[in-house]
Write a protein that binds this ligand. Structure first.
Ligand SMILES: [Zn+2]
Length: 464
């Protein structure tokens, strides 16, 4: 199977060509653990979870590595505010992060590597950069000299003299170029530190990723993922560091970036007070419904989150779950039908092909819905054969193995299809069209529901 993805580095869709046959090494930037992860983070990690699961489904041997940024200015600032040590704060939110990942059914990473566990690897990289004269020491720490790396800007497609200024690059009057970024930061009083040849301090953000990746993957690997806002400066800096150290290009073959998730048209931010944590979202909606919302958009497109969109995703997710449950509980089968068999076969094939083509999840999901439309009436009329029901069930099960959009079994809520049939039946009863009303009752029974007529009106119940 051939996969293609849009590569940020080359700005085009490219076939995935692993360095070693059938093996993929992928690194995705993990969280900075100073607070609960929000649904924007959730989107990124769900996307890469599914990308990795899809590659594995196709027979690739994937190693999926994520870093945990547990040494960082934000952690130090938040810890001080809460009267905790940075270490205790980071430890707590790392734990919460892993809990959220589990709740979202994110099970694909092989290794979560903490920055604080890789200080030796980080020091080794900084030493090599200094030796190559691509870094220099100031009273505040060690900086990478961007002027010494001629490709600086190739990922974000910017020229050095026109590069955007961002708060993510340290300000220091002793820097040689305003775009030079920190490799090592000297500790101020009260800050956490590790010893180094350049004084007590802590690593810069970008060097963590390259040091960790070099340890587990070597100096070049296949794929690197993250959110769109990590392209510059973070991933640009990673390339500068590692290609300087190794003299091998490209550092990473395929750079994948996931689109933003905004809330009601605005970027989530503390000042706007519109941050929705994964924890809070999962109080109201299932992980499966959230994953449906994510996959209904292309991974590179923005999502503008609001309750209506979430409810639509939930309704879609419930419809599919109901369809899957019906396939599992068919009581009576019809004769085999080669046309239906071929529709199921083609749907399955097209589903995976859509994912291989720049991971087009909305198109892939549309294929499942279209199959549902074809098969539901057959199930209603006991016209689907055992063989076809089994094939459809297996297709859905495999698709769900990467998407996790089916279930949990709805016990309290009533599927829209059932509500429609009940309303129809009520209308017919009012118009005294008894035969038709009875037909609606039969249709309900076919999809596993019965009606109890009570003084408060009809009450649907699942047939157990
Ligand atoms: Zn990173």
């Amino acid at each position: 199977m051939k996969f293609s993805f849009y590569n940020t580095l080359t700005r085009q869709k490219e076939e995935l060509k692993p360095l070693k046959p059938k093996k993929i090494d992928i690194f995705v930037c993990g969280p900075t653990v100073y607070d609960l992860a929000h649904i924007g983070h959730g989107r990124v990690f769900v996307i890469f979870d599914a990308v990795v699961k899809t590659l594995r489904h196709s027979g690739y041997n994937v190693r999926y590595l994520q870093n945990i940024t547990d040494v960082d200015d934000k952690i130090i600032a938040r810890a001080e505010l809460q009267g905790k040590t940075p270490k205790a704060l980071a430890h707590k939110f790392e734990h919460e992060y892993l809990k959220d990942m589990k709740a979202l059914n994110i099970t694909s990473p092989d290794n979560y590597a903490r920055a604080s566990d890789h200080i030796d690897e980080i020091l080794s990289q900084i030493k090599r950069l200094l030796k190559k004269d691509c870094a220099y020491i100031t009273p505040n720490g060690v900086y990478f000299s961007v002027k010494n790396f001629h490709d600086y800007g190739k990922l974000s497609h910017q020229k050095l003299d026109k590069m955007e200024e961002t708060e993510r690059i340290e300000h220091d009057p002793d820097k040689k170029h305003k775009q030079d970024f920190a490799l090592w930061k000297k500790a101020k009083a009260g800050e956490p530190f590790w010893p180094s040849p350049w004084g007590k301090g802590r690593p810069g953000w970008h060097i963590e990723d390259t040091a960790i990746a070099e340890k587990y993957f070597g100096q070049q690997y296949d794929m690197h993922g993250g959110a769109l806002d990590l392209i510059f400066p973070h991933h640009e800096c990673e390339i500068a560091q590692m290609e300087t150290i190794s003299n091998k290009k490209p550092y990473v073959r395929m750079w994948l970036h996931a689109g933003f998730l905004n809330v009601r048209g605005e970027k989530m931010s503390k000042s706007l007070g519109n941050i929705i944590s994964i924890r809070d979202l999962l109080k109201d909606y299932s992980a499966q419904a959230f994953r449906m919302l994510i996959f209904q958009a292309h991974y590179r497109s923005p999502i503008d989150y609001d309750e209506d969109l979430m409810k639509q995703a939930q309704a879609a997710q419930e419809r599919l779950t109901d369809f899957y449950n019906r396939l599992k509980t068919i009581k009576r089968f019809g004769p085999e039908n080669d046309r239906i068999k071929s529709i199921i076969f083609t749907s399955n094939k097209n589903f995976w092909e859509k994912l291989e083509d720049d991971f087009n999840t909305p198109r892939a999901i549309a294929i499942i819905f279209s199959l549902m439309k074809t098969l539901n009436p057959l199930i209603n009329n006991f016209a689907i054969s055992k063989r076809e029901a089994k094939a459809a069930k297996e297709f859905l099960k495999n698709a769900d193995g990467i998407m996790h959009i089916l279930g949990p079994k709805q016990t309290s809520s009533i599927p829209q299809e059932v509500k429609n049939l009940i309303n129809e039946r009520e209308l017919m009863r009012k118009e005294r069209r008894w035969t038709e009303a009875d037909q609606s009752r039969k249709e309900l029974a076919q999809i596993g529901w019965t009606i109890e007529d009570t003084p408060e009106g009809p009450k649907p119940k699942r047939i157990e």
